[in-house]
Design a binder for this molecule. Structure first.
Ligand SMILES: CC(C)(COP(=O)(O)OP(=O)(O)OC[C@H]1O[C@@H](n2cnc3c(N)ncnc32)[C@H](O)[C@@H]1OP(=O)(O)O)[C@@H](O)C(=O)NCCC(=O)NCCS
Length: 186
């Protein structure tokens, strides 16, 4: 089921057929961040299963059939009060227009309605856009054991040599069942 959004953007749930399209934009949208190593890691972090088994809590934005943004997220199986955002990306040509913030609000509403009280996500230290975005929309950085590029990080978080910045945000402002006052459609 797709929603027509203002500004000729359409938001819908992803399908397995979208997997290849999303993989195809990763290097461009991430600006080649961390070169070959980053490229391989991004692809390995987005296997097809996310488009098969996590689609109900994920979103994809298109304009005239062209991919503009995506968000892959889910309710934690182990901590049902936590929503987890695994991946988000916006076409560089469409950035700073509120698309990612809008997708996050959709996700917040979706998981809050299913009992979540908090959302968490991680990013690679040095991803300045991701840090600016998450802190810009109200995420707090969970204090780690090291500082990388001026940001507190958890060393070896995802394995040896794979530090991460960890973000959390309470959903207090999304627990009211009233419609989102700022609107989720962009
Ligand atoms: C991070 C990303 C998803 C943000 O998408 P976006 O649609 O441009 O973000 P929004 O327009 O919704 O920004 C919301 C707020 O975040 C902050 N923000 C976003 N991008 C920023 C930037 N480049 N510099 C400073 N603040 C920024 C601002 O507070 C912004 O609000 P404002 O524009 O009113 O000032 C996008 O830059 C992206 O796809 N980056 C590459 C992929 C990536 O790193 N994904 C995250 C890790 S999985």
């Amino acid at each position: 089921m797709a929603d027509e959004a203002p500004g000729d953007l359409t938001t819908r749930r992803p399908t397995p057929e979208d997997h290849r399209r999303v993989l195809a934009v990763l290097d461009d949208w991430w600006g080649g961040f961390q070169r070959e190593h980053g490229s391989a890691r991004r692809r390995s972090l987005l296997p097809r299963l996310y488009f098969q088994h996590f689609a109900d809590s994920s979103f994809l934005v298109e304009r005239d059939g062209r991919l503009v943004a995506f968000l892959i997220g889910f309710v934690s199986q182990s901590r049902p009060d936590v929503g987890y955002i695994h991946f988000v990306g916006v076409d560089p040509a469409a950035r700073r227009t509120g698309i990612a913030a809008s997708l996050y609000r959709r996700f917040f509403q979706h998981v809050a309605a299913r009992g979540c009280r908090q959302v968490t996500c991680i990013t690679t230290p040095g991803n300045r856009l991701s840090v600016a975005f998450h802190t810009g929309i109200g995420f707090a950085i969970s204090p780690g054991d090291t500082v990388i590029d001026g940001v507190s990080a958890h060393s070896d978080y995802d394995g040896p040599g794979l530090p991460c910045v960890v973000f959390t945000r309470a959903l207090d402002d999304f627990l009211d069942p009233a419609p989102d006052p700022v609107g989720v459609d962009r």
